[in-house]
Design a protein around this ligand. Sequence first.
Ligand SMILES: Cc1ncc(COP(=O)(O)O)c(C=O)c1O
Length: 410
Amino acid sequence: MPGFELFGPLERKEVNDVLETGILMRYGFDGPRKGVWKAKELETAISDKLGCRYTQLVSSGTAALTTAFAALGIGSGDEVIMPVFTFVASFECVLSVGAIPVLVDVDETLTLDPPAVRRAITPRTKCVMPVHMCGAMADLDALRQICREHRLILLEDACQSFGGRYKGKALGTIGDAGTFSFDFVKIVTCAEGGAVVTNDEALHFKLDAYSDHGHDHKGVDRGADLHPYIGYNFRISELHAAVGLAQVRRLEEFVAIQRKTHSLLKAILSEVPEIGFRTIPDPEGDICSFLSWFLPTGDITREVVAELRQQGILAGNFYWYDNNWHYIRKWDHLRTAATLNPLSEPQRQALLSLEHASFAASDRIMSRCISTAIGLLWNEEQTRQKGEAIVAVVKKVMAQRAAKSRVPQA
Ligand SMILES: Cc1ncc(COP(=O)(O)O)c(C=O)c1O
């Protein structure tokens, strides 16, 4: 997820355009800004690139999710079905609008398992939110079918997968709305930023107003704007949008590099019969930010991780099962409802009930999974070295285990 690795003159040029006008805010100041509208330009560039009608830029992926929930009418007491493997922002935003996160198992796509989604539906369910983790997608046909049958909103958290596609359509544009993050470690970055995309004009009006204190943005005088809804300030600045504009124009360049490196690394790891790979519903649409691979058991995977650490080559290989941020096992603050201000009682009860919930199916998958982040700056030789080092570690661990199992028991 490394857009910052290729930061240079194109990004500087866009930022300098803004610095020369001195107008750092995305709205108003029509005269002094001398025709420089980076946020507007970036919204058009994203809509064109993804083939959708509307893009609303905001200040982060977290702001994008919160804005999307609010504009989609998801709030107090509504249940949002989401996966147990994601970044914490996904459930933070559900809680922030008064809704209840309903956590369900993932399958080998590393996101929502459709049968688990079906089992989690209740009369209070309002939305299904797949999270397209690590650059690749959920089984969107199956999830769309469920949403159609039960009249549920499909919101794609595509924060990690800008530029990914599913059966010819851009991720984020398939559900009712989709969200993206452009934070510092995403494939396209503007330091901090995000976007909500949709094809629905009425929804876009709400997204636009909500992210700027409810302003209707209909007039030329900002002070005279009406405010049809209560909103917040989730505005992006012109400086951030300028960086994003240069980076979005380079998306295909970044994806092409990642695909080439990913394919070489996968070929190297494929030599080991014990290594399997993540299920990708549409492999051509994977932006290849990560190569996610599986070992036969959780114990073997832990030993491989320990050996990678021991050899000083663990960096960039993510064992999500033990990671503090991405898997439910370590979300103690969620399970104990550790908020600074009071939650509603239904929200609090739902979170406390997670203490006794079992996600055995996800544990079986996540405990065997390692995701290797693909660097934009690796050359072929470095990729080979990294792949061969991983293969050597896996073979060493397998050989040690085989030797141990041959030792006669006393
Ligand atoms: C799946 C997912 N959703 C939401 C977010 C939030 O994005 P941001 O960091 O821009 O607030 C992230 C960020 O990593 C993410 O990975």
